[in-house]
Design a protein around this ligand. Structure first.
Ligand SMILES: [Fe+2]
Ligand SMILES: [Fe+2]
Length: 379
C-alpha cells in the first residue's frame, strides 16, 4: 500500500525533462513501428504544446512568396541538412539525430523565420525513407523550405520527393532578400545504355567516390530559368542561393563538384551581395569567389573528412570528430541575415561550442574576425 502511494507521488512529480523524454520515446516508437495512429497522437501532442506557447505556425513545405522590399529587415533562418535516413527497420541512429536537430530548432527563441532543409533527407531515395523524413520535419514549428540532394533523387528521378515537397527549383522573396533554391545534382543519363535498374542507378550515385556516374550539374534549362528569374532584379538586391552540392569546383574525386558551377557563378556575378548555402559536404566549409560567399552546412548523420586537396583558403577546419561518439562532428545551425544583406553563418556543432563564420570575416577576405581554430589533431 505504502509502495503504491509512493509511485503515484513519483508519477505526479515527473520533471519536465522526464515527461519530454517520455513523449520523445513515444514518438520514436511510433516512427519505428509505422504506427500511424500513434504517430499522429504524438504529433498532435507536440502541436498542442506549441499552440499553448503561442508559437504554432501553419505548417507548409511550400515557399511563401512575400513581395520584395528594397531594404532588408534583419532576420534569421535555421538549417538542417543531410540526414540520410534509412528505413526505420534497418537503422534508428539517423532518425534520432534528425529528431535532435528538430529539437534544437524548435528550442530557438524567437523562432527562425523558416528552416532550410539542405537535401539528402533519404539514404537511397526510397518512398519509406522520404515519408519518414517528411513526418519528422512536420514536427518543426517554423515553415520548412526544402532542397533536394542526390540521395533523395536517383531511385525514381524525384517523383516521390516532388509528390511530398513540391518543386525542386523555385525562388521566393523574404524581407528584402531574393532567395533561389536550385537542384544542383542533375546528372546526364549514364544508366540507360548500361541498362541499370533504378536501385543500381541510385546506389551508383550514392557512392561518393564512384566515378562511373556523370558529374553533378545545374544544367542548361535550369541556368536559363535562373537568368530569367533574376532578370528584373537590380544589382544591389541581395541574393541567397541554396544548392545541395557546392556551387564551385572543390574536389571532383568525391563529387564535391558541380561541373557547370563557373557558368552559374557568371550569372550571379553582377550582383553585389550573393551568399550560397550548400549541403553535401557535411562539414564546416567556407569559400569566396568574387562577390559570392559560400558556406557549407553540417550533416545530422556523419561528418565527411576534408577533401585531400583543394580546400578553400577561407575555410577554418572543424575539429576531427570523436570516433567513439557517433553524433560528434554533426549538428545543425542558423543563418543570421543583416540589414546589409550579408550573413553570419552559425555552425551548431553538437557537444561543442558553436562556430560562427561572420560576414565581417567574409567581407574582409579573412582579415577580420577569424573564427577560432579548432584542435584538428585530436583523435
Ligand atoms: Fe549528404
Ligand atoms: Fe549529397
Amino acid at each position: 500500500m505504502k509502495h503504491r502511494k509512493k509511485s503515484r507521488e513519483a508519477g505526479t512529480q515527473r520533471s519536465v525533462e522526464t515527461r519530454y523524454e517520455a513523449s520523445r520515446e513515444e514518438l520514436l516508437r511510433s516512427l519505428m513501428n509505422l504506427d500511424r495512429r500513434a504517430f499522429l497522437r504524438a504529433s498532435g501532442a507536440a502541436a498542442a504544446a506549441a499552440l499553448t506557447h503561442g508559437v504554432a505556425h501553419a505548417h507548409t513545405f511550400q515557399p511563401v512568396t512575400v513581395a520584395g522590399a528594397s531594404a532588408v529587415q534583419p532576420f534569421r533562418f535555421a538549417y538542417i541538412s543531410d540526414s540520410h535516413l534509412y528505413e526505420r527497420k534497418l537503422n534508428d541512429r539517423f532518425i534520432r539525430s534528425l529528431l535532435r536537430a528538430v529539437d534544437d530548432v524548435n528550442a530557438l527563441d524567437p523562432q527562425p523565420d523558416f528552416v532550410l532543409y539542405g537535401g539528402d533527407l533519404a539514404q537511397l531515395g526510397q518512398p519509406a525513407e522520404l515519408d519518414l523524413g517528411a513526418q519528422i520535419l512536420k514536427e518543426l514549428k517554423a515553415p520548412v523550405r526544402m532542397m533536394v540532394g542526390e540521395h533523395d533523387w536517383y531511385l525514381d528521378l524525384g517523383e516521390k520527393w516532388r509528390a511530398l515537397f513540391g518543386k525542386d527549383v523555385y525562388s521566393f522573396d523574404h524581407k528584402g532578400i531574393h532567395f533561389v533554391v536550385l537542384n544542383s545534382v542533375v546528372e546526364e543519363d549514364f544508366w540507360s545504355a548500361r541498362k541499370l535498374s533504378p536501385m543500381e542507378r541510385m546506389k551508383t550515385v550514392a557512392g561518393l567516390d564512384n566515378r562511373s556516374q556523370s558529374n553533378f550539374q545545374v544544367g542548361g534549362p535550369q541556368r536559363e530559368w535562373l537568368e530569367k528569374d533574376l532578370q528584373g532584379l537590380s544589382n544591389d538586391v541581395p541574393l541567397i542561393v541554396f544548392s545541395h552540392s557546392p556551387l564551385y569546383h572543390l574536389y571532383q574525386g568525391w563529387n564535391f563538384w558541380t561541373i557547370d558551377a563557373p557558368e552559374v557563378q557568371r550569372i550571379l556575378s553582377r550582383f553585389q551581395r550573393v551568399t550560397v548555402i550548400h549541403g553535401h559536404t557535411h562539414q564546416l566549409l567556407t569559400n569566396r569567389i568574387g562577390n559570392i560567399h559560400f558556406h557549407g552546412m553540417l550533416s545530422t548523420a556523419w561528418p565527411w573528412p576534408y577533401a585531400p586537396q583543394g580546400l578553400p583558403e577561407l575555410t577554418i577546419q572543424m575539429n576531427r570528430p570523436n570516433p567513439f561518439n557517433p553524433q560528434d562532428g554533426c549538428g545543425d545551425g542558423e543563418v543570421r541575415v543583416y540589414a546589409d544583406g550579408l550573413v553570419d553563418k552559425v555552425y551548431g556543432l553538437w557537444n561543442r561550442s558553436p562556430v560562427t563564420v561572420s560576414r565581417e570575416y567574409m567581407r574582409s577576405n579573412g582579415l577580420l574576425q577569424r573564427p577560432p581554430a579548432s584542435n584538428v589533431s585530436t583523435y
